[in-house]
Structure formats: structure tokens, C-alpha cells
Design a protein around this ligand. Structure first.
Ligand code: DGT
Ligand code: CA
Ligand code: CA
Ligand code: ZN
Length: 588
């Protein structure tokens, strides 16, 4: 173990002992010891440890020297492990609340029995913390705010939520008089499933009015930074936004740079260097010669480019769509002219996997159909839950048969231009069998099979379970492969590549569940899976009419997965979908 790692552990020991309310003298010994070895040069520290003379350093006694030697030699310390195990993890978590140190936490624990952030929050709300000696009303208020902020600030954000914040700001920027160009950059533009912060790039003739407008946006809680050409703000919900204002001739370079990803940028910069050029947010300039890249760019010594495509062209590359800029082979493909023609939102002709009030949806069959018609969709698949999903009001056989009749009548009525398909989101039971008998499934246009129970099965069992369902001749498509809920819950353990193989072998589609919370199967699997012949269905999993729009986030992930129109079944026009589903039914 290195000097700095050891110092960190000693400091941590001090903190943990303080949390436990131990003897202040001992606590100081560890904190002081950490500082003492931090102050040493690396080689001096190594020499002293090797010679067994680390205790000659002021602040390091015999006992501490033995612990340092143990850490240095083995990378472990029994005393530290025991100490860690003896402390409730909630107390350690509380350290992350601003304004709350180990001493205060120990007091809260001792006096009020508080051992978790949630217990602290409750105690603050009940006024019990303010009543404690050494705390008071003000401290209690601060702690509550710290707890709220910690939750909001530490989080990434769903793409959809980030987009709701970003879209009006972008429109506002673009409408400002001095603004010539304005775009969203960063992970939001790349269509990542979650977003850390928002990045705006603006080219403007005048800077101050743009800054003034930006920092005065409604919903801004705090302006965290404001410089000549840069500003950062934090919104009520916790999301941050960065604004950068650049001269118009730098716009394309800045947009490219701040769109990222970092991995993509590194590869692009290397490619530029191979051509004797230096690529940066300021421009594409000769690498050789006097001056920084920024200086050269502002002296117009570089390649002049107005559009991002020009940045790529200058490096002999086709334009790489932002969603592909992850450093995962896009540059090679752009060089060879082999970039895929990515699927686009207007190419979707309908969607499967939607719920109605029959199970846990909030809109009726008619309302969902009207909404699909308003989107211009040729077809809408209804896939309400099956009977075992009781928590979701899953349909019994009788209710499903009734729904099939209802849908038949609706289609026959000619009331809507959108054709409705009968389906089900049929539970995959723990043993891999399906929740409905074959005779019931045979009445449907299609069947989505999904796991909604026994999430804790081990990977092998879960994989076998899902493959068995995929091999069922009634299965048309597999719902949400892992069941993950972004930023909330990990998916269940499953061997994705084995399931993909089984789906391909059985002509079963895997859905790209487009719910902003799911985006499952993950985009990182799609490129290879589609190359091997897997078809995708971008499924909104809508539980309301508004939920149908989730296909937008599904398109982001499909594009990140290099998918084209041909890979996605719900780009097919109605007649082709009918033929596909009839063909599948015929083969059973
Ligand atoms: P996020 O906000 O965590 O979801 O992810 P990004 O990709 O939006 O990252 P962000 O906001 O930190 O920076 C935006 C872009 O700026 C990033 O994708 C690439 C570029 N960038 C930022 N810092 C660096 C860096 O240190 N090196 C390189 N090559 N590019 C950077
Ligand atoms: Ca960002
Ligand atoms: Ca940023
Ligand atoms: Zn489901």
C-alpha cells in the first residue's frame, strides 16, 4: 500500500472512532498520524518503513507504527476491519450530509438513537434535533436542507427529465436577439439514458444579455458560477446546467467538443495529431509552431468550419451522429463510409406493449387508440398484464377474452384509422412457463412475455427461465430483458447473450422498452445483437396516452445501439406487420 492510501485509512480510522464517541486523545493520534505521514516524501516514507524507523517521526507512536507497517506490507489492517464492522452503516452515510461531522453524529446517536439519514430527517421534522444541546433551530433547518440537497444533487437524471428542463431553455436562447446559434451538447445530445448535467453552447454577437437571460431562468435555485463567457446554474430539481458562449467561428468546434463523449474526443484528437493538427474546443489548428491552440484559433490560423460536419470532413470522416460518439468504433465506420443510417422517430408506424385501464393503465382502450391515431400511427398493440400480475390488476382468461371482443368491435366500427392488435404482456412464471394456457394465447395477434416475479433467482436459473419462455412458440417478443429501473433498481441477473441467441434462433423479437425509466434491453447490447439478426421492437410500455411519447427515448437508445429502420419491427407498415404476425401464428 502506498503512503497516501495508508494516510487515508488512518484518517478514516480517526473519523470512525469519533463516530463511536471514543477517547478524543486516541482519535487525535490517528488524525495526527495521517497528517504526519502525508507530510513525508514518498521515498523517505518508504525508507523509514523499510528500516522500521517510522516511529521516529513526530506524531507517530509505537502502536501506530505497527499498524502502518501492517498496512504497508499486506494492504490490510485487522483493527480497521473490526472497527468498520462495529459501526452502523447509517452513521457513516450521515457523514455525507453537509454540516454534519462525526462528533455531531455521535451525539445524535447517543442522545436520540439516530442511526440513519431517514431517522435524522424524521427527528428534524419533529423538532427533536433543535431541542438537543449544541444544535438548535438553525442547525436543524440546515440539516434538513442538507438532506434534501444531498438526494437531489448526488443524482444523475433520467434523459426525459433532463430534456424537459433543457428544451425550453434552448428555445429561449435561440430566440434571443444577440444569439446566432444555440445547441444542447453533452450526454443529453448523445441520448444517454441518464444525464449528469446540461450543457448549452451558444454563439452570440454580445455576451452580457445572454448571460443575464440565462441566470434569470425560472426554476433556478442558485447561480453556482458566473464568468465572462461561462455560467453554471442549479435548478430546483437539483439538475445543473452549464452555458458557454463562444465566437461564431468557434461554434462548430465547441459544439463538437462539449458533445463528447470524452472517449470520442480523445480518438478525434489523436486522429488530428496524426495529420499534424491540434483539435480542441477552439478550433483545428496546426500542431507545430509558436503559441497555444487557443491563440492560434483566435488568430484564425486553423481550418475554417461553420458546421460540425466540417470538423469531421477536415479529418476525412463522414458526419458522426451524436448518439454514436462513444468511442465504440464510430470513427472507423465514418472513415470507411460505413456508418449506419440510424432509425428515426418519424419512421415508427405504431407500437406494441401498451396498457389500458383493463390492467394498470390510466386510459381506456378508446382513449389509447385515439391518442395513437393523433400520433399518426397505423397500428397500436394492446398488451395488458396477465393474471399472475395481481399487483397490476392482471387480466384473467375471461377478462382477456372480453377485451379481445372489445378490440374486434372497435376495429370493426371504423371509428379510428389506427388498427388495434390484440396482445398480452404475459408473465413468465418462475419455471419459465407462461401465465396463460396455449388455447388462450392462440386467440391473440401477438404475445409479449415478461418477468415480473422472483427477481432474486440466480443468473443461471433466470437465464434458463427466460429462454424457456422465448422458446415457447406463442412468444412474439420478450419484454424488458433485465427489469431494471434506472437510478432506482438494478436489473435481475441474466445472461443477455444467451437470451439473445435464443431469441434469434426462435425468431422472437426483443423489445427496447422505451419507458424513460427502463430503456431495457440496454443500448450497449444492440449493435452486436442486430448484426447477428435480432429484431427490435421499440415499445413505449405506455400506461397512459402521454406514455406513448416514450418512443422518443427508445429512439435515442436504438440509435446508440446502431439500429437502422430494418432492425426495428414497428417501422413496418400495417400490411407488413399483419403478414408478419399471421406468419408467426401460422407456424405454431
Ligand atoms: P454527464 O454530464 O456526466 O452526463 O456527461 P457529459 O458527457 O455531458 O459530460 P460533461 O458535462 O462533463 O462534459 C461535456 C463534454 O465535454 C464531454 O462529453 C466531453 C467534453 N469534456 C469535458 N471534459 C473533458 C475532458 O477532460 N477531456 C475531454 N477529452 N473532453 C472533455
Ligand atoms: Ca453534461
Ligand atoms: Ca457539464
Ligand atoms: Zn412489464
Amino acid at each position: 500500500m502506498t503512503k497516501n492510501e495508508i494516510a487515508e485509512i488512518l484518517a478514516d480510522i480517526g473519523t470512525l472512532m469519533e463516530l463511536k464517541g471514543e477517547n478524543p486523545f486516541k482519535i487525535r493520534a490517528y488524525a495526527g498520524g495521517a497528517r504526519a505521514i502525508e507530510a513525508l516524501e514518498n521515498d523517505e516514507f518508504e525508507r523509514l518503513v523499510a528500516e522500521g524507523k517510522i516511529d521516529t517521526i513526530k506524531g507517530i507512536g509505537e502502536a501506530l507504527a505497527a499498524k502502518i507497517a501492517e498496512l504497508h506490507a499486506t494492504g490490510r489492517l485487522g483493527f480497521y476491519d473490526t472497527l468498520k464492522a462495529s459501526i452502523e452503516p447509517g452513521l457513516v452515510e450521515m457523514l455525507r450530509i453537509p454540516g454534519l461531522g462525526p462528533k455531531k453524529i455521535a451525539a445524535l446517536h447517543k442522545e436520540l438513537g439516530i442511526a440513519s439519514i431517514s431517522a435524522l430527517e424524521a427527528a428534524c421534522k419533529e423538532g427533536r434535533v433543535a431541542a438537543l444541546a449544541g444544535f438548535g433551530e438553525k442547525t436543524q433547518e440546515k440539516l434538513l436542507e442538507g438532506i434534501r440537497n444531498r438526494e437531489a444533487y448526488s443524482r444523475r437524471h433520467l434523459w426525459w427529465d433532463a430534456y424537459q428542463v433543457a428544451a425550453p431553455i434552448l428555445r429561449g436562447l435561440q430566440a434571443l436577439g444577440p444569439v446566432k446559434r444555440a445547441e444542447i451538447a453533452g450526454s443529453l445530445r448523445r441520448g444517454m439514458e441518464t444525464v449528469g448535467d446540461l450543457d448549452f453552447i451558444v454563439a452570440a454577437s454580445e455576451v452580457a444579455p445572454v448571460m443575464d437571460w440565462f441566470v434569470a431562468n425560472p426554476g433556478i435555485k442558485e447561480v453556482t458560477a458566473r464568468g465572462d463567457t461561462k455560467a453554471s446554474v442549479r435548478f430546483e430539481g437539483g439538475i445543473q446546467a452549464d452555458l458557454r458562449i463562444v465566437p461564431p467561428e468557434q461554434f462548430a468546434f465547441a459544439l463538437h467538443h462539449f458533445t463528447g463523449s470524452k472517449d470520442h474526443n480523445v480518438l478525434m484528437r489523436q486522429r488530428a495529431l496524426d495529420r499534424g493538427l491540434s483539435l480542441s474546443e477552439w478550433g483545428l489548428v496546426p500542431a507545430a509552431g509558436e503559441g497555444t491552440a487557443k491563440e492560434k484559433a483566435s488568430q484564425n490560423k486553423g481550418v475554417a468550419v461553420t458546421e460540425e460536419a466540417g470538423v469531421f470532413a477536415a479529418l476525412d470522416l463522414a458526419f458522426v451522429p451524436p448518439e454514436l460518439r462513444e468511442g465504440l468504433g464510430e470513427i472507423e465506420a465514418a472513415e470507411k463510409g460505413e456508418l449506419p443510417k440510424l432509425v428515426e422517430l418519424p419512421q415508427l408506424k405504431g407500437a406494441f406493449h401498451n396498457h389500458t385501464t383493463a390492467s394498470d393503465g390510466r386510459n381506456t382502450l378508446s382513449e389509447m387508440t385515439a391518442a395513437a391515431e393523433a400520433l399518426g400511427w397505423e397500428y397500436l398493440g394492446i398488451a395488458d398484464h396477465s393474471k399472475s400480475s395481481r399487483q397490476a390488476n392482471g387480466l384473467t382468461e375471461d377478462r382477456l377474452v372480453k377485451q379481445i371482443e372489445e378490440i374486434g368491435a372497435l376495429n370493426a366500427s371504423g371509428k379510428y384509422k389506427t388498427r388495434v392488435f390484440t396482445g398480452t404482456e404475459c408473465d413468465i412464471l418462475p419455471d419459465g412457463s407462461l401465465d396463460f394456457e396455449d388455447a388462450i394465447l392462440a386467440k391473440l395477434d401477438y404475445v409479449v412475455v415478461s418477468v415480473h416475479s422472483s427477481f432474486s433467482q440466480d443468473e443461471e436459473t433466470m437465464t434458463r427461465r427466460i429462454i424457456r419462455a422465448v422458446e415457447n412458440p406463442r412468444a412474439t417478443m420478450l419484454g424488458h430483458l433485465t427489469g431494471r429501473i434506472l437510478l432506482e433498481r438494478e436489473g435481475y441477473r441474466v445472461d443477455a447473450s444467451k437470451v439473445i441467441d435464443a431469441a434469434i434462433a426462435n425468431g422472437v423479437v426483443i423489445e427496447l422498452n422505451a419507458s424513460p425509466y427502463r430503456l431495457d434491453m440496454d443500448w450497449r447490447h444492440w449493435r452486436r445483437a442486430a448484426e447477428r439478426g435480432l429484431k427490435c421492437s421499440i415499445n413505449p410500455d405506455a400506461h397512459s396516452t402521454a406514455g406513448l411519447s416514450a418512443v422518443k427515448t427508445g429512439i435515442n437508445s436504438a440509435r446508440k445501439g446502431w439500429l437502422t429502420r430494418d432492425d426495428v419491427v414497428n417501422t413496418l407498415p400495417l400490411a407488413k406487420v399483419e403478414a408478419w404476425l399471421a406468419g408467426k401464428r401460422g407456424r405454431r
